[in-house]
Ligand binder design. Structure first.
Ligand code: PMP
Ligand code: GLU
Length: 396
């Protein structure tokens, strides 16, 4: 047979999804696995949202919708962006897609020509790297290690830009690091993007999950010029515990919004109509659950960070957003754990899963070595048991 697509062949499986399915399979096989793999809120979708979906079905709202989504949802999103981020978008600038992951993909597809360089800060969410390649771009990585709080500096950004640079991906708060850029830091990065006429693909899906009273600044609120060149990604998965409903969106200038809507109209069409009506209720309905979940995440973060730093051999810095902790395992390299020589984070994650039955994500797939990501979007009980197991595993 003739060779398959080179681009498709080069796509690697998502480590986050792979760890999650491995842990789920082990559980299904009767093993007592505790999962800290996928970043997925453990909370149930709030009842008012579920009810809105049931109502949509009974009212017959089960047919195709416009490719960019139903107008009530696009208006609800525009209103929310005004309230939460202080920015004005007309609903025609909002393009709804099947999850924020899909929105990132169509945003990249909308701006990328073959060979365009897209800047990504490492550690990065694993899918960015693959999606840049899938849409014909070349990923250019800027490394931001723990010593710089996993945040890139303006000097690093400036140094990474070439004549071929088209855009930078800016994930704030960050998955996997949980770090948040301050307004000043964002301004410095955004100024460079304006100076070099770059697009900004801003993924702010964790914006409601910030801790210690930290203030979140949306990059689009910095100036009209920044807003015009930004493709702002967000969605309901994380804030409303709606991962399985598959609703995300991109807000952009009218030309880009139209291009993305056209692209959608030939690929997936609109997301599930029922999910769209559920998302309307999520955004327009009572918001108490969102704050309750945020408070629970903050408590879990405080516990996990303190406990992890009390265990010899590992450490982590305090993240102030999202629901991830980056465990530094540098000191474990060269040791034998669970009968296995640990040479890197992949070895550690495999041994930890096989021997201690704890699923975490090795960060090599996120562009950084010797870190393992824990998602604390799981119960306090699981977190305590997971750290007990870590302590025992390292003590052996
Ligand atoms: N962006 C980031 C940074 C994420 O962590 C995720 C989680 N998968 C997504 C986008 C995609 O979310 P969704 O479930 O809406 O596709
Ligand atoms: N964003 C989550 C994570 O990083 C969900 C899995 C995925 O879509 O990659 O674990």
């Amino acid at each position: 047979m003739k060779p398959i697509s080179k681009v498709a062949e080069a796509v690697r499986a998502s480590t986050t999804m792979a760890v999650d399915s491995m842990a789920k399979q082990m559980k299904a096989d009767g093993l007592d696995v505790i999962g800290f793999g996928a970043g997925e809120p453990d909370f149930k979708t709030p009842d008012n949202i579920n009810m809105a979906a049931i109502t949509a079905i009974s009212e017959g709202k089960t047919k195709y919708t416009p490719a960019a989504g139903i107008i009530p949802l696009r208006k609800a999103i525009a209103d929310q962006l005004k309230t939460d981020c202080g920015v004005d978008y007309d609903y025609t600038q909002i393009v709804v897609a099947s999850g924020a992951k899909h929105s990132v993909y169509i945003a990249l597809a909308a701006v990328t020509n073959p060979g365009d360089e897209i800047i990504i800060a490492a550690p990065f969410w694993v899918s960015y790297y693959e999606m840049v390649k899938m849409t014909g771009g070349t990923p250019v990585i800027i490394e931001a290690g723990e010593a710089q709080q996993f945040k890139i500096t303006p000097q690093q950004l400036e140094a990474a830009i070439t004549d071929n640079t088209k855009a930078m991906i800016l994930n704030n708060p960050s998955n996997p690091t949980g770090m948040i850029y301050s307004r000043e830091e964002l301004q410095q990065l955004a100024d460079i993007c304006v100076k070099h006429d770059l697009y900004i693909i801003a993924d702010e899906i964790y914006y409601k999950l910030v801790y210690d009273g930290a203030e979140f600044t949306s990059v689009v609120s910095l100036s009209e010029d920044v807003k015009e060149r930004t493709l702002l990604i967000n969605g309901v998965s994380k804030s409303y515990a709606m991962t399985g409903w598959r609703v995300g969106y991109c807000a952009a200038n009218k030309q880009l919004a139209k291009v993305m809507a056209n692209f959608l109209s030939h690929s997936t069409g609109a997301p599930s109509t029922i999910s769209q009506w559920a998302a309307v209720e999520g955004i327009n309905g009572p918001q108490e659950q969102v704050e309750k979940m945020r408070i629970a995440f903050e408590e879990r973060r405080n516990y996990i960070v303190e406990r992890m730093n009390s265990i010899p051999g590992v450490s982590c810095i305090m993240p102030n957003g999202a629901f991830y902790v980056m465990m530094n395992i540098e000191k474990l390299v060269g040791r034998t754990l669970g009968g296995k020589l640990i040479e890197n984070d992949d070895d550690f994650a495999v041994a930890f899963l096989e021997k201690a039955l704890v699923a975490t994500v090795p960060c090599s797939g996120f562009g950084v070595k010797n870190f393992v990501r824990w998602s604390y979007a799981t119960s306090m009980e699981n977190i305590k048991s997971g750290l007990d197991r870590l302590e025992k595993f390292l003590a052996e």
